[in-house]
Design a protein around this ligand. Sequence first.
Ligand SMILES: [Mn+2]
Length: 422
Amino acid sequence: MKFIHAADLHIDSPLLGLNAYEGAPAERIRGATRAALIALVDLALAERVDLVALAGDIYDGNWQDFKTGLFFREQMVRLARAGVRVFIAKGNHDAESVITKALPGVAGVHIFSSRKAECIELPEIGVAVHGRSFPEKAVVEDLLPGYSAPVPGRFNLGILHTSLAGNIEHPTYAPTTAAALCAKGYDYFALGHIHKREIVRESSPRIVYAGNLQGRHARETGSKGCELVVVEEGRIVSAEHVSLDVVRWHQIVLDATGVQTLEALASRFAQAAQAHADGARERLHAVRLLIEGESELAQREAEQPGTLAAAIQAATQELDGIEVWIEKVKIDLRSPIDRASAAERPDAVGDVIRLVDELQADEARLKAWMGEQLREMKNLPFGLLDADPAALDAEALRAALAEAESTLLAHLHSASQQGAGA
Ligand SMILES: [Mn+2]
């Protein structure tokens, strides 16, 4: 006997704010919860499983219109046609009272009652399936005591949408405990509600949160999918997570310490993206990126906000064999030195900062001094070399000075660090 356990499908879950991102592959992301369900059914048919257990939150809430329900039903029909039995225990998001629209049922697909726990026996495959649906969004009582005793000689499978007590991250929904689940005498508990996959207990009974089928935003990261379980002579002989997500979310932290150019930043990001996409290269990867550390790029970003996000965007254009969409770039970079305290220093670093401060505060001196330097220097930033110093305005001179300071201080700083043996 072989079965699939999945939960928290949240089909047609709205993806808030998605349209706010330029270049967002909105349709693919919006359709991801549906595509993941199709992948689940494909897997069930390919693996010739006997049953599919769905532990609640099939839908994110009441259907906007009948299309959501018709889509899910169509997939259930595919399973029913192949003789795969389906058991559904509704959760808080798709509780009995939440979903007001209805469609004709599908023969072979059982939705557990919300009034009492039920036990359905399938003698042909030696299984007893136990479950109960949420009548309402909030269920404060423990539903487990209402579940019947295990049927002797059968593989007893319990389906339950629950927050296990002690899980303070989540509000309590039909709370029970792992100890109570163990005491029940079943063989497997297919749990739903927690979107991160979790093996609560390995065996006797095996207790698992399958996690959601498809991550819906940047906080639902990593592989998402279902559990594929094989039972022989009443015992679990194999149980594994199977990835079914079509869009995979990642939060990547990039340490840009020592990175001095946009090219180096792009290449460091490319490496990180490739590593995150490893083993799932055919998916669309949605990335929230944090760039941190100590780098001169902080100055670049300060001078021209958006530079680093654009550099990351540029890096995605050249990624080999993977498709990456950048959801957001957060920047938490420090300049290589703390300017305020460095200004107090009696050395060359302090000299530079004090000079720059004086020049920045006095436009006439700034123009005179910069004009003199520009005439003498051969390698200047911004292509200023071609410009007539007299024609440059104060803003351009200030930016050039700031960059010069940043570059100079970074070099002095790294030289002093090397000198200190750091
Ligand atoms: Mn859920």
